[in-house]
Design a protein around this ligand. Structure first.
Ligand SMILES: *Cc1c(COP(=O)(O)O)cnc(C)c1O
Length: 383
């Protein structure tokens, strides 16, 4: 259970992110325990949170890293990740970002289009290098049964369709300065059911069977990330069910001999260890509503405004007072700057501190300076 050192918090400038490093350590330990199949290799999707204090723990735990920009490669390198543990995806890799990846001798470029493949070959050739590549496949997993999957559908910008795959594989095998290592998939985010991952395994099995027949084999299969977390009950489920997640792939995916299975987990590693701590500025009585106006806004945590997401809100100053209904809103001049409507919370007074829970992923990293507000600071639990 995350403990908030309220006494220490009162001297800190709000809003700020607070990270429970003990929980992060426990989460990383649980991943190590449940991903014990030696063929499994875990990469951390750094786009979820690139705070150096967070990266240090993840790097020390022996994970690799999944980047989606050259700047993320730089942040990962600064945090001590070696080039040969960096994989790099993204539909719009610039020439300079590709050159950086080549200079770092990264583990794999996850290629998202034919022209990108040709440019990687060209830039690798200029450096007399062979770039390791995987083809990102868009597996077209049924949208209607799984509406929450947003990146694995046929018509979006990510990856190569299964129909176009044979052609791009043939090109990759011909180009002299790329080495085709594998296939890459990433079907979406905040997936809390097993079924989409089972469907992904079945798609991969089918593809591998087809390629076996024509003598094409892959050293690695990368199934991306997407494992969801429990935003409603961060205390009940502080660590996601990694056991059944990895078991799904263990049971359903038919790996070939010597093949490695790569994962790219972001949210499930860091979301629950972070909270955004904010101070209540005013209680405003409307005609039908009561507003708690806080000093954090969508510039600090944009997920509610951007995705209609909900973070559990706690009054950590007065956790045991009588319950009342509040709309918890930020100071920014947008009506979407709202963290919760009709929230049932222990009586809130000016100066109380609230915690917006499960904010460790896609929180601090997505902060902006909208309204000329400063970026939020971050603090870590002592142990
Ligand atoms: C965002 C992303 C991930 C991580 O997704 P989570 O839902 O945070 O686990 C993994 N792989 C790629 C290619 C991504 O873009």
């Amino acid at each position: 259970m995350t403990r908030f050192p309220i006494e220490e918090f009162t001297s800190l400038q709000t809003p700020f992110y607070f990270y429970d490093l003990k929980l992060l350590e426990r989460t990383l330990k649980e991943i190590k325990r449940t991903a014990r199949d030696p063929r499994f290799k875990i990469h951390y999707a750094i786009k979820a949170n690139a705070n150096p204090g967070i990266l240090r723990s993840i790097q020390a735990a022996g994970l690799g890293v999944d980047c989606v920009s050259g700047w993320e490669i730089e942040a990962a390198t600064e945090a001590g990740f070696r080039g040969d543990r960096i994989v790099y995806a993204g539909v719009g890799k610039s020439d300079n970002e590709i050159r950086l990846g080549l200079d770092m001798d990264i583990e794999c470029f996850n290629v998202e289009s034919e022209p990108e493949l040709r440019i990687i070959n060209e830039l690798a050739s200029e450096k007399n290098k062979i770039a390791k590549v995987a083809i990102r496949v868009n597996p077209n997993i049924d949208a209607h049964t799984h509406a929450y999957i947003t990146t694995g559908l046929a018509e979006n910008k990510f990856g190569i369709t299964i129909e176009q795959l044979p052609e791009i594989i043939a090109i990759a095998r011909e180009l002299p300065c790329v080495e085709l290592r594998g296939l890459h998939f990433h079907i979406g985010s905040q997936i809390t059911e097993t079924e989409p991952f089972v469907m992904l395994c079945e798609t991969i099995n089918r593809l591998q069977d087809e390629y076996d027949k024509i003598g094409v084999s892959f050293a690695t299969i990368n199934v991306g990330g997407g494992l969801g977390i429990d935003y409603a009950h961060p205390e009940r489920h502080p660590i996601p069910d990694f056991e059944s997640y990895f078991m799904t792939f263990h049971n359903h995916l038919k790996l070939r001999s010597g093949q490695e299975l790569h994962f790219e987990l972001g949210r499930s590693i860091v979301a629950q260890c972070g909270s955004l701590i904010t101070k209540v500025l005013y209680i405003k009585e409307g005609s039908t509503k009561r507003f708690a106006i806080v000093d954090a806004g969508m510039s600090d945590l944009i997920r509610p405004a951007l995705y209609n997401a909900h973070h559990k809100i706690e009054n950590i100053t007065n956790p045991n007072d009588d319950l009342h209904h509040y709309d918890v809103v930020g100071p920014i001049c947008e009506s979407s700057d709202c963290f919760g409507q009709g929230e049932l919370l222990p009586c809130i007074k000016r100066g109380d501190l609230l915690a917006l829970r499960s904010a460790g992923a896609y929180g601090e990293i997505m902060a902006s300076r909208y309204n000329c507000r400063p970026f939020p600071h971050s603090y870590f639990s002592e142990n």
